[in-house]
Design a binder for this molecule. Structure first.
Ligand SMILES: [Fe+2]
Ligand SMILES: [Fe+2]
Length: 345
């Protein structure tokens, strides 16, 4: 657990290091050690949006005439997103923020936790609008063994390494990687499924809500990527071949679980998606996340750049101005406002 105030913090800086740093506790945005965090903070503020601004009137009617397979898909996707954002709200604050000793990064984590709670509110708005099965969706994790398995995996890895992390720097790295798997892999079968319904002209309001959520998640991925890269830059001895192999295994396990889940939720047939396509897509995403951290690919045959994406239409739904800003190298130049203008996507 970090100190809230350390009188040994040198003059003129926010902290001495990202892990085990001496920080004055003063959030001095004019004396930043990690300028990328402030750029990211600005982008997060620029992304501000509110779930109740998204129109779901049409969805509330369309839901009741969806095909049974589509309704089943919609409910399952919501059930798993509801669970993951609930976990993220707490994990960010309880298991990560306590050992990050950089005030500018603590700010971003506080904002992230707010956004995860906002995502929970968005699901509540969606469920309220469309469903006659409100409690069935919230309680699905109890009956659906596939959903339970996925949820249980996520929680067990967060709890295992979250408990170790305060006194174990390698566990900190595993926590950062697990976050990338959750936010960069586990959300995406659900996102693709919602966009697939929208491509078929169905549930457009829900799809728009997911776009806002995904836009937030992109900044969370940047935040954790940069925390990871800064940590290993400052403490290179942590990244031994064994640790790197363990990180690879976390990714491979996450891919296997998400491929299984993606095939499960689309097994009754969904316009524009198949189990095989989901599998390639998940491997593509894992490549992208792994490349961010190590400059290597887990599945070289699949690729990792936008042009390689196996679901060709995915980025036309999810792309949002300059999401891919490298916060180490550049300033955020295009601060978006929370807008419902679809041209922004
Ligand atoms: Fe979220
Ligand atoms: Fe997130």
């Amino acid at each position: 657990m970090k100190k809230l105030f350390d009188k040994d913090c040198p003059v003129g800086v926010t902290t001495t290091s990202l892990l085990h740093g001496k920080t004055s506790g003063v959030i001095n945005l004019n004396g930043l050690k990690y300028p990328w965090a402030y750029n990211l903070w600005e982008q997060m503020l620029g992304n501000t949006w509110f779930p109740k601004e998204v129109g779901l009137t049409a969805d509330s009617k369309e839901y009741h005439v969806l095909l049974p397979s589509e309704k089943n898909l919609y409910d399952k996707v919501l059930a798993q997103l509801i669970f993951m954002d609930g976990v993220q709200t707490n994990n960010t604050q309880d298991h990560v923020n306590p050992w990050i000793t950089a005030p500018e990064i603590n700010m971003c984590l506080a904002r992230q936790a707010m956004e995860e709670a906002l995502h929970s509110q968005s699901y509540a708005v969606m469920v309220d609008s469309i469903s006659i099965n409100t409690s069935a969706i919230y309680e699905m994790w109890r009956q659906d063994s596939e959903l339970f398995e996925k949820n249980n995996y996520i929680v067990s890895i967060y709890e295992k390494y979250g408990a170790l992390a305060p006194s174990d720097d390698v566990a900190k790295l595993y926590m950062l990687v697990a976050n990338q798997c959750l936010e960069g892999i586990f959300f995406y079968s659900g996102f693709a499924a919602m966009y697939s319904l929208a491509r078929n002209g169905k549930m457009l309001g829900s799809s728009q809500m997911i776009k806002f959520i995904q836009r937030d998640e992109v900044t969370h991925l940047s935040l954790f990527k940069n925390i990871f890269l800064s940590s290993v830059a400052e403490y290179p001895h942590l990244l031994t071949p064994e640790v790197k192999e363990n990180i690879k295994k976390i990714f491979l396990d996450a891919v296997a679980l998400e491929v299984k889940w993606g095939k499960y939720i689309t097994r009754e047939g969904v316009f524009g998606l198949s189990g095989d396509l989901i599998e390639l897509f998940i491997k593509f995403l894992a490549n992208e996340r792994y490349f961010d951290l190590f400059g290597e690919l887990l599945y070289p045959e699949v690729g990792y750049q936008v042009k390689d994406c196996p679901i060709k239409w995915f980025h036309s739904y999810s792309k949002f101005n300059d999401q891919r800003t490298n916060f180490f190298e550049g300033n955020v130049v295009n601060y978006s406002k929370g807008s419902l203008d679809l041209d922004n996507f």
